[in-house]
Design a protein around this ligand. Structure first.
Ligand code: NAD
Length: 319
């Protein structure tokens, strides 16, 4: 049993991770500011199961405000930093907000880590950091010097800041690069959620590009399994600084994604083809050998199975 601080605990991935660590008997301190990127009521619902559990303490606070972190009284062994403004396109419209919520907030948390002598730090990075990488699958050793969105650039900056903390304060760090996570509670701005909602409502869906772009969709339970594997690894080892992909190793074309959603929903989509959006990469494809080797990571959920879970959740929460 360990004590975890999870930032972004009311979000999509954070709420699943929080519940899993609580179920396993760990103590969890959760932080979230209910950022307005999407509705507060959705995040409150995400958090409702965790809030009923005794081994959970929640702080509504904003990581941009360093002093707010002084409210935390609990002892913490490991920080899992998931809080961020996510999303590529909105980061082009408001880059300063992304710099504040992603970079400034992360440095505040690293300072907190140092002040409280917390030695283990896991950070949620992103596949978008690879930009339009030509070599596939993407490997952790590939150059990531050419991000094509502000969002990706903030994630790269945070990976650099975690390295500095590792060097100066001997903080053990794992940067996990997530690849298009999906499943129940998925953010409403992401493709699968948007498509299912629009198809359900009989509305047109926008397909950006000709349908040939590929994404390495990863089911949220598999991502959570990978994060917990990283927790075990960072607990068992010292002098750790690692960057590790957590993807599915099976990119799916956008046209194939839409066909799978149609099959699961048993409903045809009305598709409107649009130009590719700025900041969007052509393909994401995770090499996951390192995650397998270090954490025993082994994603097990097929796209169709994962979409079925999502559609079931979507129908339940809509009712
Ligand atoms: N979902 C994906 O496909 C994906 C892919 C790659 C990386 N990631 C990263 O994983 C993490 C979680 O993603 P998600 O999809 O669950 O996003 P999410 O938006 O559902 O969750 C993020 C949470 O962080 C909170 N937050 C934002 N700024 C904050 C601040 N300043 N202080 C406190 N809380 C704050 C938000 O309110 C939200 O609840 C993010 O860092 C994201 O960049 C996600």
């Amino acid at each position: 049993m360990a004590s975890y601080l999870i930032t972004g605990c009311a979000g999509f991935i954070g709420s699943h991770l929080t519940e899993k660590l609580l179920e396993q008997g760990n103590y969890v301190v959760g932080i979230d500011n209910f950022d307005s990127f999407y509705g507060r009521s959705i995040k409150e619902r995400n958090l409702s199961t965790a809030l009923k559990m005794q081994n959970f303490t929640f702080y509504e606070l904003d990581l941009k405000n360093a002093e707010a972190l002084n409210k935390i009284e609990d002892r913490v062994d490991v920080i899992i930093h998931l809080a961020a403004k996510a999303g590529v396109l909105p980061s082009l419209k408001d880059p300063i907000a992304y710099i504040n919520d992603n970079i400034i907030a992360t440095q505040n948390l690293l300072n907190f880590c140092k002040e409280r002598a917390i030695k283990k730090f896991i950070f949620a990075s992103s596949s978008s950091i690879y930009g339009n990488n030509k070599s596939i699958p993407f490997r952790e050793t590939d150059s990531v010097e050419q991000p094509i969105s502000t969002y990706a650039a903030t994630k790269k900056a945070c990976e650099l800041l975690t390295h500095t903390a590792h060097h100066l304060y001997k903080t053990d760090v794992i940067n996990l690069r997530f690849f298009t996570v999906f499943g129940p509670r998925q953010r409403p701005d992401l493709a699968i959620h948007k498509f299912v909602k629009l198809i359900d409502e009989g509305k047109e869906i926008a397909m950006y590009g000709d349908g040939s772009t590929g994404r390495d969709y990863t089911f949220v339970n598999d991502t959570v399994q990978g994060i917990i594997g990283a927790c075990q690894y960072i607990h068992d080892n010292s002098s750790v600084y690692e960057i590790v992909n957590l993807g599915n190793n099976q990119p799916v074309k956008l046209s194939e994604l839409i066909a799978t959603i149609e099959k699961v929903m048993n409903k045809k989509a009305a598709i409107k083809q649009m130009a590719m959006q700025p900041g969007d990469v052509d393909i994401t494809f995770a090499g996951i050998e390192k995650a397998k080797k270090l954490f025993g990571y082994s994603p097990a959920t097929s796209l169709e199975e994962g979409i079925s879970h999502f559609v079931k959740w979507y129908n339940e929460q809509k009712a």
